[in-house]
Design a protein. Structure first.
Length: 498
């Protein structure tokens, strides 16, 4: 990535938030690196070195500024989630390089070791290992600042393999132990095992639309939406907990409250929440591209911060997509609720009474059992087949998500057609160009004088929307939903009004 020093310096003088996260300023006299929005007095231009990522700054030996706090910069992955670098970044977020090596990572995303390093150098100006290391340091800094976790717990929760490594890394970076970087915090009056973290996004973020989308699909007992907060039960590596997410617009972040017994799962939980709420979207680039289209321009202007809602768990989302084939959102929710109430495991005791069930694990989805629930044999077979696949290989979706041919592979599964594969790619695999053209809602949203386009016509029209067809679909669905007020919409409006 080429950065123009003059343009960067102008952005720095203007403290222009549009550039936040797009470059970092390394100050050669202080060996500190800053965000373009840093409130400190601007350095002289001859002392500035501009780099495209925090990892690049750290690899050059600069340390994060304690005033502007690089961990608070929004991320945005250019080119959408399907590019090789972004699939690798997702894998790093999930902790691949905390234990494995770059060769493993390269193999996962289907390129050679040297090719991956070259791509990282090109886009981020840093090696994959530096990116992983920087993520750990920035997460640890955030935990030191935003929580009361002990040093051992901070090391564990930010992905360091030992407290010694954690201490060494901070000593090297800051010339002092990590404890000295802890802000004096007032202890919370009530001891709680929950952690609350701010996860930054690039403004604008349409939280209302995100919440409405999730609310219309929320499964009772497992998910809950009230007072502008989305909550759900979560399960990971055999442990269970809860997640609560709310908007914190004054911080340009979502506020995630995580209650989970295994601290070492935290990086993975954060990665999942970031994907679920589409926090890596390069929203400016998406808006600019889609605004070129006469049909989408007014929709994008009305909702410039619209994101593509993702999924907590890819298996769960795929089962829910299969249940939703050819029926309404409401119908799909009803059947999902019935099945979760019947097969769902009881979650551990949680403070939130509305959250008592976990989504049933793959082993629970036996064909003969689910056939009894108002379902065609084909659909029951599709779910049972998928469940057996994931039961035999719990990392099936993780690996699928890192492959460019994911949609084709999904479509090769029994009972998964074009619509389902594209929908799963869009929501669970974060494929920004996925587009379920067979969707009735999309066709309805584009009807002219009551005449809906065919799937083929829709696909032709959508060529203009590449590589952001998933965002185009969200804009169309949102406008279609708003044009057809339903009972559930009124109820949500009421719930968020307080
Ligand atoms: Zn700074």
């Amino acid at each position: 990535m080429d950065l123009n020093p003059e343009a960067c310096y102008r952005a720095l003088l203007a403290r222009d938030e549009r550039h936040d996260g797009r470059f970092f300023t390394c100050v050669t006299t202080t060996r500190i690196y800053c965000r373009p929005v840093c409130p400190a007095r601007p350095p002289k231009q001859e002392n500035c070195l501009f780099v495209p990522s925090a990892a690049a700054a750290q690899e050059l030996g600069f340390r994060p500024c304690l005033r502007c706090r690089p961990e608070k910069a929004p991320e945005s992955w250019t080119g959408g989630a399907a590019t090789t670098v972004n699939r690798a970044l997702r894998s790093i977020e999930e902790g691949t390089l905390d234990l494995g090596n770059v060769a493993d990572l390269a193999e996962q995303v289907g390129v050679g070791d040297r090719q991956l390093r070259r791509l990282f150098q090109q886009e981020l100006g840093a090696s994959p290992l530096a990116v992983a290391q920087t993520r750990r340091v920035l997460l640890a800094l955030q935990l030191l600042q935003q929580t009361d976790l002990s040093m051992i717990d901070v090391a564990l929760a930010s992905g360091f393999q030992s407290v010694r490594r954690f201490n060494e890394t901070f000593q090297k970076l800051y010339d002092r132990p990590p404890g000295e970087l802890r802000r004096q915090r007032r202890r919370a009056a009530v001891q709680s095992s929950a952690l609350t973290l701010l996860l930054p996004y690039r403004r604008p973020y349409d939280w209302e639309a995100m919440l409405r989308f999730l609310s219309e699909r929320a499964i009772r007992g497992m998910e809950h939406v009230a007072d502008g907060v989305y909550s759900r039960t979560i399960e990971l590596d055999g442990a269970a907990g809860t997640l609560q997410v709310a908007d914190a617009p004054e911080e340009s972040a979502l506020k995630a409250t995580i209650e989970f017994p295994q601290l070492r799962s935290l990086p993975q939980i954060i990665a999942r929440v970031r994907a679920m709420f589409d926090l890596n979207a390069d929203i400016g680039a998406i808006t600019t591209a889609l605004s070129q289209d006469p049909v989408l321009a007014p929709l994008v202007a009305a909702r410039p911060g619209l994101r593509v809602p993702g999924a907590w768990d890819r298996f769960e989302l795929t089962v829910r997509a299969i249940l939703g084939q050819h029926i309404s959102v409401k119908g799909a929710r009803f059947i999902a609720e019935t099945l979760v109430a019947y097969f769902g495991a009881q979650s551990l005791k949680t403070e939130n009474q509305a959250l008592s069930l976990l989504f049933p694990p793959p082993a629970r989805w036996q064909r003969e059992e689910i056939e009894r629930f108002r379902m065609t044999k084909a659909r029951a077979a599709a779910i049972a087949h998928l469940a057996a696949l994931v039961n035999g290989d719990p990392r099936y979706f993780e690996q699928l998500g890192r492959q460019a041919s994911a949609v084709d592979q999904l479509q090769a599964l029994p009972g998964i057609g074009q619509w389902t594969a594209q929908y799963v790619a869009m929501r669970a695999l974060r494929a920004s160009d996925a587009f379920p053209a067979a969707d009735v809602g999309l066709q309805r949203a584009l009807a002219v004088d009551g005449v809906r386009p065919t799937e083929k016509q829709l696909l032709a029209q959508a060529e203009n929307w590449r590589p952001w067809r998933a965002y185009a679909a969200m804009h169309l669905w949102t406008s279609d939903a708003l044009a057809r007020p339903s009972r559930s919409r009124k109820r949500i409006a009421h719930a968020t009004a307080t």
